[in-house]
Design a protein around this ligand. Sequence first.
Ligand SMILES: [Zn+2]
Ligand SMILES: [Zn+2]
Length: 241
Amino acid sequence: MAKVTAEQISAAYQVSKNIFSKKIKRAEGIELLSNTYHLNKASAGDFINCFKCLMEGRVFQRAMSSSAMDFFMSSITTDFSIERQENALNALYKHIEYWESHYKTNALSMRKIANYYLKGIEQNLTTDSIYQQLEQSVAESLKLTSYERLNKIRASNPIPKKILVSSTVYQRNQHVVAERLNTANGTCERCNKKAPFLRAKDNTPYLEVHHKKQLGHGGLDVLENTIALCPNCHRELHFGI
Ligand SMILES: [Zn+2]
Ligand SMILES: [Zn+2]
């Protein structure tokens, strides 16, 4: 790829992003980059492909300059979800492997970039991603025999590792919770059974107020979007089939 300026890189990123989210057509994007930013059409196409591969975690073969790669990775970090960021990093590592085995060389500057963003992602673990990872690793462990597993347990460090995670929590309206509990009056609104126990601190029936459409998915914190559940029903709604 020919030497490109910072302005061209930034434009190529924006255009690739708009093509990926289907705001503009690929051909329009290439025209724009070529006419307005004087990027040659082949390079424009390479940027667009590369971006798509980053988003989807797939290997790309054409090399980007390290400054362009750095710009793409840092923009993806600010613009996209952790899943997309992980895809981008996987794609980059696949690209490095391809490049190193194909050209029998060390892609040092690319490795430096990949390692930098890997650290960022590790520090960006969320409570959710930790639980997801645990569920996956448990599924893997279940494939072992009990004998193999017990050996692994014996060889493991018994002191649990501590990690710092960041999480987004929604500040819920206490009046919505209270009114929903008041309406439920000690009975699960799903299975209609009595709350399984009373809270030790005040002897009130233990029910959990759940959002039918989760706040994280755009649900509103209003009475109509809530339901008071026993812990069993609540777990089932979150984890059942
Ligand atoms: Zn229930
Ligand atoms: Zn819930």
